[in-house]
Design a protein around this ligand. Structure first.
Ligand SMILES: *[C@@H]1O[C@H](CO)[C@@H](O)[C@H](O)[C@H]1NC(C)=O
Ligand SMILES: *[C@@H]1O[C@H](CO)[C@@H](O)[C@H](O)[C@H]1NC(C)=O
Ligand SMILES: *[C@@H]1O[C@H](CO)[C@@H](O)[C@H](O)[C@H]1NC(C)=O
Ligand SMILES: *[C@@H]1O[C@H](CO)[C@@H](O)[C@H](O)[C@H]1NC(C)=O
Ligand SMILES: *[C@@H]1O[C@H](CO)[C@@H](O)[C@H](O)[C@H]1NC(C)=O
Ligand SMILES: *[C@@H]1O[C@H](CO)[C@@H](O)[C@H](O)[C@H]1NC(C)=O
Ligand SMILES: *[C@@H]1O[C@H](CO)[C@@H](O)[C@H](O)[C@H]1NC(C)=O
Length: 606
């Protein structure tokens, strides 16, 4: 009984401590000056809940609740460095706001890193009143301690360790958990051989979690886990005491599975985020594909999107990997539906799908094949390659009607002006077929590698080396320890030209582009720009673009260490601000900030 009472005290203390430490971190994180697109929570004592406000044009404003649900709340909370959102609440619970209502009809996928990268009407365009402001309660629970990560909870460590000690000693435990897993062998009578581990836990602790709370009439349970997860079960139960666990790349899927099976939501979400870090690690793509399968099974939409997005961005390498022929129809279909597929051109997409269908042999039905081929954007296939389809395409004879119909559509797109196309009832400019993916082949794209080792000219230091104060005054320069090297690296600039549109009609109608990467404010101001942060990439048309019915939705791709694409961004006012590894807004992690930049021009009819 004494132990129980101690435990209760510890538990309460732990909970108090957890919210306390989260608060401290937030204070620590707070930056003095708000930046465009920043988010804050107001009107509450707690830092982890409140009315949602967004900073724009020098003012904080609110968000209308039309379209706002958990996906949007997740994005807002993660932007504030909380692990996730707990619930959506009404903003007026935190007092009524007065300033502008900045965002309305907001739609996030849930994977975005900043609220303002989600879709919304337009700044300040709304039919809402402040009665409809949104609020949110973020999850301020402890973080998962990842192996090799420096983010451990130092403050609560001793308390947490005490609880861990209680679990470890088993003193006063009153709930027996037997963990079984099949070894894969069978006894002579045909029953499977089972490996068994017994763990003694405390009812009061484990009953906090839904799965165990329903069993509280009992004194013991038996659970089945797979053999590969068995070694991690003890640390999983320990987590229920301490809220701390080491998640490694190899244990992440197991821990996620246990967390979801036994209803430990927080751990599930935290481990889900570890997955994002794993994705770039496996160049064979088997991990990404298996994680996606797992995400489908567990109906984890965020993880599904995370995996598919990675595969879409790295599609070219995926098609060369050993995982490619084994992809399911669903995965191929999901990839082909996306406009952020990064590929040399649309003909490449067709070739890869044809090769996948041929490898799958008869296991995919003709209907399935036709459905997949129907996702090819034929009008986007470079015109000169269209004419070769009949002779080069291995599936042409099998699906002749489908090919002919789509080739006709593509030819019309290439020979008719937009205004003439519009009179055709079959032409719908919203149709995906008329929208480019991210095409990296000539002439649509150019690559820049600012870190390429070229002859570097040591320039005399801007600041004399004896002037230490100066070196530390400038936030940017203190990293340069060698005073003889100028902090001002030469601007990286490239020029190239593209047609103003990818319809053949515009073939000789060129647009000139200039691409730059500015690494510091000095370079920005040399170009008459005030950059919000550096580095920043810029892609500007050098001449006036005369086609009023063509809009450019250009993209910047960041390739990490020349190996995988870790980020795809759009340009706002011709600029794309680059995330550094520390700022946590990269879609997939990159251990150094040495990206290769790829600029992609994407014209669309409007
Ligand atoms: C969780 O950990 C991340 C780093 O992995 C950190 O940036 C964030 O502030 C932590 N969250 C909370 C609520 O402390
Ligand atoms: C992570 O830690 C393990 C040992 O704890 C070490 O072997 C491994 O090299 C580390 N990985 C990285 C990326 O630091
Ligand atoms: C665990 O698996 C074994 C063999 O597959 C089965 O006989 C047993 O009923 C299962 N136990 C539970 C609790 O599901
Ligand atoms: C595949 O289909 C073709 C005809 O469509 C047939 O001749 C062939 O035997 C089939 N192959 C397999 C492995 O089923
Ligand atoms: C089609 O095949 C011919 C002959 O093999 C080849 O020269 C041509 O480049 C191919 N066309 C395309 C678009 O690959
Ligand atoms: C793809 O694979 C090749 C060779 O394995 C590698 O050089 C390249 O960096 C990879 N990544 C991308 C995005 O092409
Ligand atoms: C960012 O990358 C640099 C260089 O590899 C590294 O020294 C630094 O610790 C990284 N920062 C974070 C927050 O991971």
């Amino acid at each position: 009984m004494l132990i129980k009472r101690n435990l209760l005290t510890l538990w309460v203390l732990l909970l108090l401590f957890v919210s306390g430490s989260a608060t401290k971190w937030n204070l620590f994180k707070r930056t003095p000056d708000a930046q465009e697109g920043d988010v804050r929570l107001t009107g509450s004592q707690s830092t982890s809940e409140g009315r949602v406000e967004v900073y724009h044009d020098g003012k904080w404003g609110t968000v209308c609740d039309d379209g706002w649900d958990m996906a949007e709340a997740q994005v807002a909370c993660r932007q504030l460095h909380f692990p996730g959102a707990k619930s959506v609440v009404e903003g007026k619970e935190y007092g009524q706001a007065s300033g502008p209502i900045w965002l309305d009809d907001i739609t996030c996928k849930g994977t975005e890193n900043r609220l303002i990268t989600c879709g919304f009407k337009s700044w300040g365009v709304t039919d809402c009143t402040h009665k409809e402001d949104v609020g949110v309660i973020c999850d301020s629970d402890t973080n998962v301690t990842m192996s090799n990560s420096t983010h451990s909870l130092d403050h609560s460590a001793s308390l947490s360790d005490d609880l861990g000690q209680i679990f470890h000693s088993g003193d006063g435990c009153d709930f027996q958990i037997t963990v079984q897993s099949a070894t894969g062998n069978k006894w002579e009578d045909g029953t499977p051989e089972m490996l068994e581990t017994k763990i003694c836990a405390h009812r009061m602790i484990v009953s906090q979690f839904p799965f165990f709370s329903t069993l509280m009439g009992m004194t013991s349970i038996t659970v089945n886990v797979s053999q590969s997860c068995q070694p991690h079960f003890t640390s999983f139960i320990r987590y229920l005491y301490t809220r701390k666990i080491d998640v490694t790349f190899s244990s992440a899927q197991c821990i996620h599975w246990m967390a979801s099976t036994f209803g430990v939501k927080q751990l599930m979400e935290d481990t889900g985020r570890v997955f994002t870090k794993i994705l770039p690690e496996d160049t064979s793509f088997h991990t990404q594909v298996s994680l996606h399968k797992y995400a489908v099974e567990t109906e984890d939409l965020v993880l599904q999107e995370n995996c598919i997005q990675y595969l879409a961005w790295n599609y070219e390498n995926l098609t060369r990997s050993s995982a490619w022929p084994h992809l399911s129809v669903e995965v191929i279909g999901a990839l082909l539906a996306r406009s952020d597929l990064v590929v040399p051109d649309e003909y490449f997409v067709l070739q890869t799908v044809e090769s996948w269908i041929l490898e799958k042999g008869n296991s995919s039905s003709l209907e399935t094949q036709a459905e997949l081929l129907g996702l090819i954007r034929f009008p986007m296939i470079p015109a000169e390659k269209l004419y070769d389809l009949e002779s080069n395409s291995s599936l042409y004879s099998t699906h002749e009607n489908m090919y002919r119909e789509n080739m006709l559509k593509a030819l019309q797109f290439n020979v008719l002006l937009f205004s003439n196309l519009q009179t055709n009832p079959k032409f719908n400019k919203e149709d995906d077929d008329y929208h480019p993916r991210i095409y990296t082949s000539n002439p649509w794209s150019t690559v820049m590698d600012p870190f390429k080792k070229t002859v570097t000219k040591p320039v005399r230091a801007q600041y004399p080396s004896y002037n230490r104060r100066m070196q530390y005054d400038n936030g940017y320069n203190y990293r340069y320890h060698q005073p003889t090297v100028s902090p001002y690296i030469q601007t990286t600039t490239t020029s190239f030209s593209t047609p103003v549109h990818n319809s053949m009609i515009f073939q000789s109608n060129k647009a000139q582009w200039e691409a730059n990467v500015f690494k510091n404010q000095h370079e920005c101001s040399n170009h008459g720009l005030r950059c919000e942060s550096v580095p920043v990439a810029r892609l500007v048309p050098r001449s006036h673009l005369s086609q009023s019915n063509v809009l450019f939705r250009n993209r910047l791709l960041l390739m990490c260490q020349g190996k995988y694409i870790c980020q795809v961004q759009d340009f706002k006012d011709n600029l794309a601000y680059i995330a550094l590894n520390g700022t946590q807004v990269l879609a997939y992690p990159c251990t150094d900030d040495q990206y290769i930049y790829r600029f992609v021009v994407r014209p669309e009819y409007v």
